[in-house]
Write a protein that binds this ligand. Structure first.
Ligand code: MN
Length: 241
C-alpha cells in the first residue's frame, strides 16, 4: 500500500489546502493510508469552500482544522515511543479495539480513520449516481439507488447521539450493507470494508444546520457523495477477495 505523507498545516486557507486534480481534471483520490506514526492529516482534496453551501468553509475550519486535527495530535502523543506506533493506522485500530486498557488509543485512532474516510467520501459537485459494478451491486443488495439513498439517510439519522452512518462491503457474505457506529467505532473492527461514510456528530452540521441532522444528511447524499471514491474502495475490496 502506497503511503503519502502530506505536510501538516496548522492554519486553514483555500490556497493552503490546495486542490488535487489529475490531468483529466477529475479529483485525484486522497491518500488516507497511514503506515506508521507519526500519523498525518491528509490534505483535503478540495478547497475549504469546495463543499459550500452544503458544508460551509466555517464548518470545515472547525471540523477538519480543529476536531480532526485534535484526534490526530492526541493519537500521536499516545503512541510516542510505543510499539503501537509502528503499526499502520488500521492495524492499530484493530489491535486496540478489544483492549480495555487502550480506550483512548481506540477513540482517537478510530476518529482519525473515520474522519480521513469522511473527507474522502465527499467531493464538490458530488451526488448523482454510481456506475458499473457498484451500481449493479446496489441494485442487487440494497433495492436500487433511490432506496439506498433513503435507507442511507435513515441509517445515519438514526444514530443515537454521536456517530457515523456507513455503506459497507461485507466480504464474508459478499454483500453490501448499511450500518451505524457510535462515537469512534468503525466498521473495520468487524471486518467490513467501508465504501462511504457520513459523520453525524453534531460538530459536522451544527454551524450550518443547527439541530436539523436530516437536512444535512439529505444534502450530503444528494450533492456531495463521491461515488468515484466508493467505486475505488469496492474495486479494491473485490480484488482483495
Ligand atoms: Mn467529526
Amino acid at each position: 500500500m502506497t503511503t503519502i505523507h502530506f505536510t501538516r498545516r496548522r492554519i486553514l486557507s483555500g490556497a493552503a489546502l490546495g486542490l488535487v486534480a489529475g490531468a483529466t481534471g477529475r479529483l485525484a483520490a486522497p491518500a488516507i493510508a497511514q503506515a506508521r506514526a507519526p500519523y498525518t492529516l491528509p490534505a483535503l482534496p478540495y478547497s475549504d469552500t469546495g463543499l459550500d453551501p452544503v458544508i460551509s468553509a466555517r464548518t470545515i475550519s472547525f471540523h477538519y482544522g480543529i476536531h480532526h486535527k485534535a484526534y490526530l495530535d492526541n493519537l500521536n502523543k499516545l503512541v510516542e515511543n510505543d510499539p503501537l506506533g509502528e503499526m499502520s493506522l488500521e492495524q492499530l485500530i484493530r489491535s486496540v479495539a478489544v483492549n480495555p486498557n487502550r480506550v483512548a488509543h481506540f477513540n482517537n485512532a478510530g476518529q482519525v480513520f473515520n474522519h480521513n474516510f469522511y473527507w474522502a467520501s465527499l467531493r464538490p459537485n458530488g451526488g448523482g449516481a454510481p456506475t458499473g459494478a457498484l451500481l449493479a451491486q446496489i441494485e442487487k443488495d440494497l433495492g436500487g439507488l433511490e432506496k439506498f439513498k433513503a435507507d442511507f439517510a435513515a441509517t445515519a439519522n438514526g444514530v443515537f447521539g454521536s456517530g457515523w452512518g456507513w455503506l459497507v462491503w461485507n466480504p464474508r457474505d459478499k454483500k453490501l450493507g448499511l450500518s451505524r457506529t457510535s462515537n469512534a467505532d468503525t466498521p473495520i473492527v468487524r471486518g467490513d470494508v467501508p465504501l462511504l461514510t457520513i459523520d453525524v456528530w453534531e460538530h459536522a452540521y451544527y454551524l450550518d444546520y443547527q439541530n436539523r441532522r436530516a437536512a444535512y444528511t439529505a444534502a450530503v447524499i444528494d450533492k456531495l457523495i463521491n461515488w468515484d471514491w466508493a467505486a475505488q474502495q469496492f474495486d479494491k475490496a473485490l480484488k482483495a477477495g
